[in-house]
Design a protein around this ligand. Structure first.
Ligand code: PXP
Length: 238
């Protein structure tokens, strides 16, 4: 498995002061130097952390695979087609949420999503849909033309260490198997941390994990380079 580091929280910290530190670009360079596969950044409609300037600087000044997380809006599509990230992950977005709370409902908006992703795919961007590990969402995603899904691991992460861990884990495993049967590649992320990430090795064929909060939190104590290297050592073992 590969690691994409979500660096939104570096921007959250920077924006708390409205000044320039810590630098998102510098953070990305440290992650790349530590050996990550990619950098992930979520350009939210309200620009609460990552800004347009950040994503264009990441594209132009960091030699790394860039995964742009974004909502399925006209504005974001326009930015993505100008930015040309290597990958785009389409996420649901609500203004009042603290973080991406649930997966995209592809099942009930299959036509709209299919139409939305087409120009991105035609432009050569690898598109993934961030979905809950549910049968109908995986099947619907397979009919939109995307190459990837990213499974929302938030419910599993919250349940980790409780009696609900196993049922949540099984949902991820079954969703992954179904996705593979339907020809989709599978990424996963949300809420993964140093304690629960090992479970992802028990699911065959996950390509990439996107992890942000736990790595940036650990970086406060040990530094970003060490925090990233520690996560890599837990992920890149097979
Ligand atoms: N993947 C997606 C699609 C996300 O929206 C997020 C959160 O921004 C993550 C992964 C990373 O989640 P976390 O910060 O909990 O590791």
């Amino acid at each position: 498995m590969l690691l994409g580091v979500n660096i939104d929280h570096v921007a959250t910290l920077r924006n708390a002061r409205g000044e320039l530190e810590p630098s998102v670009l510098e953070a990305a360079k440290i992650c790349v130097n530590a050996g990550v596969h990619g950098i992930t950044a979520h350009l939210r409609e309200d620009r609460r952390h990552i800004t347009d300037y950040d994503v264009f600087s990441l594209r132009n000044d960091v030699n790394c695979r860039l995964n742009l997380e974004m909502a399925a809006t006209y504005e974001m599509k326009k930015i993505a087609l100008e930015l040309m990230p290597d990958a785009c992950c389409i996420v649901p977005e609500k203004r009042e949420e603290v973080t991406t709370e649930g997966g995209l409902d592809v099942y009930s908006q299959k036509g709209k999503i299919t139409e939305f992703v087409k120009p991105l795919i035609d432009a050569g961007i690898k598109v993934s849909l961030f979905i809950n590990p549910e049968r109908e969402q995986v099947s619907a995603a397979s009919e939109t033309g995307v190459e990837f899904i990213e499974l929302h691991t938030g419910a599993f992460s919250r349940a980790f260490g409780t009696k609900n861990e196993e049922p949540e884990f099984i949902k991820l495993r079954q969703a992954t198997s179904l996705a593979h049967l339907l020809g989709l590649k599978v990424n996963a992320g949300h809420g993964l941390n140093y304690k629960n990430v090992h479970k992802m090795h028990e699911i065959d064929g996950i390509v990439e994990l996107n992890i942000g909060h736990s790595i940036i939190s650990r970086a406060v104590f040990v530094g970003l380079d060490t925090a990233v290297r520690e996560m890599i050592s837990l992920i890149y073992k097979n």
